[in-house]
Design a protein around this ligand. Structure first.
Ligand code: NAD
Ligand code: MG
Length: 397
């Protein structure tokens, strides 16, 4: 038996992090969990350390790291504990790891994910916000340092599986005409428009098909998730947004499709379970079991497809416009969205005002070049300030 591949999970206590540990535990002969990281969920991290015995655990918050160290010592574990962004970047670049699962939610994931790319690791990318913020820079670092970038987002993983070899040369060179990006339409696909204003965080987070973290669940309800995914697909597959069509598909069984010049359309299908793309990316180019129920087509019975309603989902248009504008526009879009979603989850902003906050910030903030990380981070910071201001004006009282 060969040596086991070392793995770091950035964001191990989240939804993707938990699914990744589930897949890894099924293949402990092939993979070794070396480092786990989280924001501040000490109890969950302690339980994960007891079960998976990583060499290193990182908490972003210092106080949480102290409490974790106490808990680990109490349990007799010798796991090393670090904290802060430095600790996260250290975990992402350890010499003994081959794979980094990038599953931190939001802009907070950018620095450690970029560090993993610079260290030439295989980056399993769930943290779409990193690409949305700094796609050009990120792809350049991947190329320069010989890293491997494998998409975990179910649609992008599906597209990757449907693409021909050599697609990095450009879609025209390999006979691909168009990418069809599917999305369920979220919990409010059929809610009367006049009721959208009063939907609650609980209703927004209850996704019909996928069990995910709170932020991406709200993004799915506004379809900003699909907007961010258009941008993500542009960078991953080297194309403009005009060659990416969004298709609403309520069953979430067809995870996305690729249309070729000869009329062929290839789709990847399966049950909505993130362990499929996770296992695919870990094992690639091989295949391995993921613990996923086999797809029962008779039980699914029918597959529906419809065009997205841009009046119901203005975030789709905002994302396309940001990608077309280029530069820091997508970082500004992402920052405004993160602020608005956080406010909505706190009960301080109406659901329909999420798009309003983003659109206002996009109008207010000038776009610049996104050729340096400092420029991207500065655009992110200023857009957050602007979004806080706009959200305060619209605050629910
Ligand atoms: P989640 O909220 O369940 O978990 C997020 C993880 O990131 C947690 O471990 C948390 O501790 C950590 N974290 C949060 N803020 C942090 C910070 N400031 N610094 C360091 N760590 C921090 O989220 P999730 O649903 O697992 O999603 C993770 C990422 O994967 C997101 O970018 C999301 O868009 C993407 N994604 C998720 C799914 C899914 O099915 N859940 C599908 C596709 C893509
Ligand atoms: Mg997705």
């Amino acid at each position: 038996m060969g040596e086991r591949a070392g793995v770091t999970i950035l964001g191990s206590t989240g939804s993707i992090g938990g699914s990744t540990l589930d897949v890894l535990a099924r293949h402990s002969d092939r993979f070794e969990v070396v480092a786990l990281t989280a924001n501040r969920d000490v109890d969950r991290m302690l339980a994960q350390c007891l079960e998976h015995r990583p060499r290193l655990a990182v908490m972003r918050e210092e106080r949480a790291a102290e409490r974790l160290a106490e808990g680990l010592a109490g349990a007799g574990l010798k796991t090393e504990v670090l904290h802060g962004t430095e600790g996260l970047c250290h975990a992402a670049t350890l010499p003994e790891i081959a794979h980094v699962m990038a599953a931190i939610v939001g802009a907070a994931g950018l620095a450690p994910t970029l560090a993993a790319a610079r260290a030439g690791k295989r980056v399993l990318l769930a943290n779409k916000e990193a690409l949305v913020m700094s796609g050009a820079l990120f792809m350049e670092e991947v190329r320069r340092h010989g890293a491997e970038l494998l998409p975990i987002d179910s649609e992008h993983n599906a597209i990757f599986q449907c693409m021909p070899p050599g697609f990095a040369r450009g879609l025209d060179a390999v006979g691909v005409e168009e990418i069809l990006l599917t999305g369920s339409g979220g919990p409010f696909r059929q809610t009367p428009l006049e009721q959208l204003r009063d939907v609650t965080p609980e209703q927004a987070v209850a996704h019909p098909n996928w069990n995910m973290g709170a932020k991406i669940s709200v993004d799915s309800a506004t379809m900003m998730n699909k907007g961010l995914e258009i941008i993500e697909a542009c960078w991953l597959f080297g194309t403009g947004p005009e060659r990416i069509q969004v298709v609403v598909h309520p069953q979430s069984v067809v995870h996305s499709l690729v249309r070729y010049v000869d009329g062929s359309v290839l789709a990847q299908m399966g049950n909505p379970d993130m362990r499929t793309p996770i296992a695919h990316a870990l094992a690639w180019p091989e295949r391995m079991a993921a613990g996923v129920e086999p797809l029962d087509l008779m039980a699914v019975a029918r597959l529906d497809f419809e065009a997205p309603d841009e009046r119901r989902f203005p975030c789709l248009r905002l994302a396309r416009e940001a990608m077309q504008a280029g530069g820091t526009a997508t970082a500004i879009l992402n920052a405004a969205n993160e602020v608005a979603v956080a406010r909505f989850l706190e009960g301080r902003l109406r659901f329909t005002d999420i798009a309003r906050v983003i659109e206002t910030v996009m109008e207010e903030r000038p776009f610049g070049a996104a050729d340096r990380l400092e420029a991207v981070l500065e655009a992110d910071r200023l857009a957050r300030e602007a979004a806080e201001r706009v959200a305060r004006r619209l605050e629910v009282r």
